[in-house]
Design a protein around this ligand. Sequence first.
Ligand SMILES: Cc1cc2nc3c(=O)[nH]c(=O)nc-3n(C[C@H](O)[C@H](O)[C@H](O)COP(=O)(O)O)c2cc1C
Length: 187
Amino acid sequence: MSKDFLQFMRDRVSNNQLAEPAPTHSEWREILDAASRAADHGNLKPWRFKVYEGDARSQVGEVYWQHAKSEVEQLSDDKADVFIKKAYRAPAILLVYADLIEHPKVPEMEQLMAVAASAQQALLGLNALGYAGIWRTGPAVFTDAAKNQLGLTENQQVVGLIYVGTASAEVTPVENTGIDERLTFVS
Ligand SMILES: Cc1cc2nc3c(=O)[nH]c(=O)nc-3n(C[C@H](O)[C@H](O)[C@H](O)COP(=O)(O)O)c2cc1C
């Protein structure tokens, strides 16, 4: 089992070719329950999850559109669809965000890292149930406007959008992770 698990982690790949079906609600619960065992200083459980499905994906698309409008002067309204459709690249989108608190021993940075760890666990959990996904963020989601549109409060911070579905094209595992150039034993 442990070797198989290592191989499973080793072979994880993102996939942006995502079709129906996405996880059912009970599968989402299972995946995110497992993701909730990310390392977590102070047991704060700072992760929060929202799953956008069906037409609710337009709420994410609206974030892209509003951001584009704020960046490009005179962007005409007939371009809205182009941006909103970006959120339809997968049957579901998992928003992973942090609920940050002031804590005497756990700085915000550590809380954010715990949430990022939960996002990675979610990617693995999705793969474990036969689904595929890709973590996307991009500048559009890190603005205060995006936070408002996604219903986040001031103390909350987007960590990632994970596009989720069933792989419609195969991706091959990475041959060389580059570990040998990145590992040092100190003894
Ligand atoms: C924090 C974070 C943000 C990312 N944002 C994007 C993004 O906006 N667009 C994108 O194409 N890939 C993004 N990626 C990269 C993909 O999720 C993915 O890791 C990359 O395509 C490499 O594929 P792999 O995970 O199979 O190695 C992001 C990854 C992380 C960890």
